[in-house]
Design a protein around this ligand. Sequence first.
Ligand SMILES: Nc1ncnc2c1ncn2[C@@H]1O[C@H](COP(=O)(O)OP(=O)(O)O)[C@@H](O)[C@H]1O
Ligand SMILES: [Mg+2]
Length: 209
Amino acid sequence: MVLGLTGGIATGKSAVSDIFKGFNVPIIDADQVARKVVEPGTKGLKEIQAAFGWQMIQPDGTLDRHALGTLVFSQPEALTQLNGITGPLIKQAVVRKLQGYRRRKVPLVVYDAPTLFEAHGASGMNEIMVVTVPPQVQLERLMARDHLNEKEALERIHAQLPLAEKVKRADVVIDNSHSVDKTKAQVVRWLNEAGFGSLITTKTNEVKK
Ligand SMILES: Nc1ncnc2c1ncn2[C@@H]1O[C@H](COP(=O)(O)OP(=O)(O)O)[C@@H](O)[C@H]1O
Ligand SMILES: [Mg+2]
């Protein structure tokens, strides 16, 4: 089973994915895959340079994430164009990883993808879990985590599909507005209901970082 894990930026996807890791559930981190497909020497980085110019490449040959972020979060067309470049490359890499887990008969894999709905990545998922918090909590946690001012944080929030829309499309909703323990209890309930109760043992019950 492949569980798609999504939510808004800074709603707590990584926190929930850490909880799954604590139960030895493998995680495919879409952000990590997204970084790999634009490493120096990749087709992805060459296409970004062709589309947005050499200003996007740092002197050491790596992608200038800050410059690219500033561009795409202020220009929706640029974000669409970027997703058009990286989307297919990410999908290919994820499919390959999933095939590996299937071969090894791993019962549950979590695909942690911030833009699962936006990038049409929801199709390969058996179920979708959406992590949500109230807007004010999201804004505060994002500003604190990424050292952004309110305007920058709101730009990043508004560049995504509205959180309420994601919640509507979810099979299961996790409310991460309270303590991590309360969030963990919701994950445990889902694991039990989905038939993965055997993954919850006292041995794996500690949340690993
Ligand atoms: N239940 C929680 N209580 C307090 N802070 C939290 C909680 N869950 C996450 N955070 C904090 O909020 C920020 C965003 O969480 P994170 O898991 O990184 O979000 P995402 O991966 O969805 O972008 C992080 O700084 C994280 O430490
Ligand atoms: Mg995260």
